[in-house]
Design a protein around this ligand. Structure first.
Ligand code: HPA
Ligand code: ZN
Length: 359
């Protein structure tokens, strides 16, 4: 990857649609919050946390996901107060500004917090106030996506929806995450029906290479009626599914992330296939504090180069993300124009650079 390519990625106006705010917690932040909250944690040093973060040894994709989530859920136990939620949100938006991420849809896992005894209000007030303050300070627009933990009960999901009702206008959409094996989308059909009736936009994880990934994607579009799918890259295994996703213009938030044990970006070949098939695929960071790939600004030039994506193709990823964003169409269009204007001026710059180099 050359400097011009890296600069193009850094300055490209970007949108992040698949990011778990609890997954932004870096080892440093985990220790800082543990200390601030007076907690004794199992992994009490950076070295211990780095060792624990070396998940994905030799397991199946299902076991790998579970190992990653074990590390993730253990980490979020350091979140104890409204201020903690405010801080991680505000810090993330500061990071977005530094990387020219102009817009972010930020997922959170309320049940993982209320199950530990935190009030729903502390979680949502911290997140919302962090967004408002971060928007004002950093000029980054953001909205919240409330994820249902699919390994918990349907009743628990309904409880989260009930708790969210008082904050309806603070939450753009509802998602579905956590352990997929044994927890198909269909399990939550009634929950998603209610969420749709309440006006939420809908998304659901169909994680990579899980048991029945393809069947789960079908369930998401046919039964849950989602607007988006998080990951969803196994769709390329089914020609009819690709056609259906293309016809519906479903946004698929793929993540070419890598773990500490990986040499570099994963899944880029399949993202290339999705892209070339004309699917509305986007590039996302998922859990930047947990994975080694970090945030979107860090990941994009590596994944872009690994997939041989040209600058114009990377701009197309950004356009897909803004088109898939849960914003009024005028705002989406304005962001798309920002990307096309940027691409045009960057291409002029690249041409001028090449002409100067040739003369
Ligand atoms: N998959 C499913 N659930 C999650 C993830 C993920 O990658 N990260 C946080 N919750
Ligand atoms: Zn995710």
């Amino acid at each position: 990857m050359n400097d011009a390519y890296a600069r193009f990625c850094a300055e490209l106006p970007k949108a992040e649609l698949h990011l778990h705010i609890e997954g932004t917690l870096s080892p440093q932040q985990r220790l800082h919050l543990a200390r601030r909250n007076g907690l004794t944690v199992r992994h009490g040093s950076i070295a211990e946390l780095e060792a624990a973060r070396n998940f994905g040894a030799a397991g199946t994709p299902q076991e790998d996901l579970k190992e990653m989530l074990d590390y993730y859920y253990e980490g979020i136990e350091v979140l104890r107060t409204e201020r903690d939620f405010f801080d991680i949100t505000y810090d993330y938006l500061r990071q977005c500004q530094a990387e020219n991420i102009r817009y972010a849809e930020i997922s959170f896992d309320p049940q993982a917090h209320t199950a530990r005894g935190l009030p729903f209000a502390a979680v949502i007030d911290g997140l919302h106030n962090g967004l408002v303050a971060g928007e004002a300070a950093f000029g980054v627009r953001a909205r919240l996506v409330m994820c249902i933990n699919r390994d918990r009960s349907v009743e628990s999901a309904f409880e989260a929806l009930r708790a969210a009702a008082a904050y309806r206008e603070w939450i753009a959409g509802v998602g579905l995450d956590s352990i997929e094996q044994g927890n198909p989308p269909l399990k939550f059909k009634a929950v998603f029906d209610r969420a749709r009736a309440q006006g939420y936009r809908l998304t659901a994880h169909c994680d990579v290479d899980q048991q029945d990934s393809v069947r789960h994607i079908w369930q998401c579009i046919d039964e849950l009626g989602v607007d988006r799918i998080d990951h969803g890259i196994n769709c390329i295994e089914d020609v009819a599914l690709v056609s259906a996703l293309r016809a519906r213009r479903t946004c698929l938030t793929a993540c070419p992330t890598w773990r500490p044990r990986d040499a570099g970006p994963r899944r880029v070949d399949r993202m290339r296939t999705m892209f070339d098939l004309g699917l509305r695929v986007t590039m996302n960071s998922d859990d930047p504090g947990v994975l080694a790939s970090g945030s979107l600004g860090h990941l994009m030039p590596h994944a872009g180069a690994a997939g041989s994506f040209t600058p114009a193709e990377l701009a197309r990823f950004s356009i897909h993300a803004f088109e898939g964003a849960w914003l009024p169409s005028a705002e989406r269009d304005a962001y798309v124009r920002e990307v096309t204007d940027y691409l045009r001026s960057a291409e002029r710059g690249l041409q001028a650079g090449q002409a100067a180099g040739a003369s």
